[in-house]
Design a protein around this ligand. Sequence first.
Ligand SMILES: C[S@@+](CC[C@H](N)C(=O)[O-])C[C@H]1O[C@@H](n2cnc3c(N)ncnc32)[C@H](O)[C@@H]1O
Length: 260
Amino acid sequence: MTHDDMQDIRKAGWELPREVLDTLGGYQREFLMAQFTGTRTPGYYAARLAALGLAGLGRVVDAACGTGQWTVALAGLNGQAEGVDIDAGRLLVARELAGAMGAANCAFRHGRLEALPFADASVDGLFCRGAFMFSDTARTLAEFRRVLRPGGRAYLDANGPGWTAHMFWTRGLRARDWNQAASAVMTTLRTALGRPARIFLTAGRLRALARANGLTVLGCGPEGSLSCPPGRRDSVPPIYPERMFGLPAVHELLLRKDGP
Ligand SMILES: C[S@@+](CC[C@H](N)C(=O)[O-])C[C@H]1O[C@@H](n2cnc3c(N)ncnc32)[C@H](O)[C@@H]1O
């Protein structure tokens, strides 16, 4: 019997039209399968968001939403969830996912982190996973501050140097994927040259960037370590190890907009 990816997706509790999956190949399909199978169930995403305090809010935004699995989970926990991404193909998958999952309070828009398509002070919560370090980080944080209501909170994560070492060695040289290895070298060079995007970040740099853009840092730690309020017991296990090659792998940050 041939292996059926669709069965794995359904087994994890997701609904997605088979025709949508069939349009994806190569890396896009690999990416989707990693997000929608195994332990990555709808319940997993909901538990993670609830632990971060992104539940019971009015309007929330999934900034750089990709294929929309976090957006759908946000919609189940909050009044209204809106996903934004620059990749029109991923937005198509996200819309189909939301439709198949019956998430009626979920919408998607094309847009950039550095110019979010929302009015000033119109958003209660922001979630940004796996994308911040690809954007112009200062402009993105300024946008987060602009669109959040006073008291609104934001979550983001960012690759640290350990992730770049992993890209270079494990995904690159060892797997003989020269694009990955070259990309890790470019990331390192861009970071060293102080470029704003496609970089890796240290925890100190992340905190400093957030403060410089007028956001209060509620917490900063390795991926999977933060909860709101701090120390909440139902936080869920991390996806990534704390360190890769002895270096911090992925940091996460919880922020709040204080003042107008
Ligand atoms: C690694 S994926 C993460 C997607 C999703 N947040 C998740 O956790 O599955 C990175 C996403 O960021 C999007 N992206 C990258 N740079 C962006 C930017 N400047 N503005 C908006 N989206 C961006 C990409 O199109 C992609 O969907």
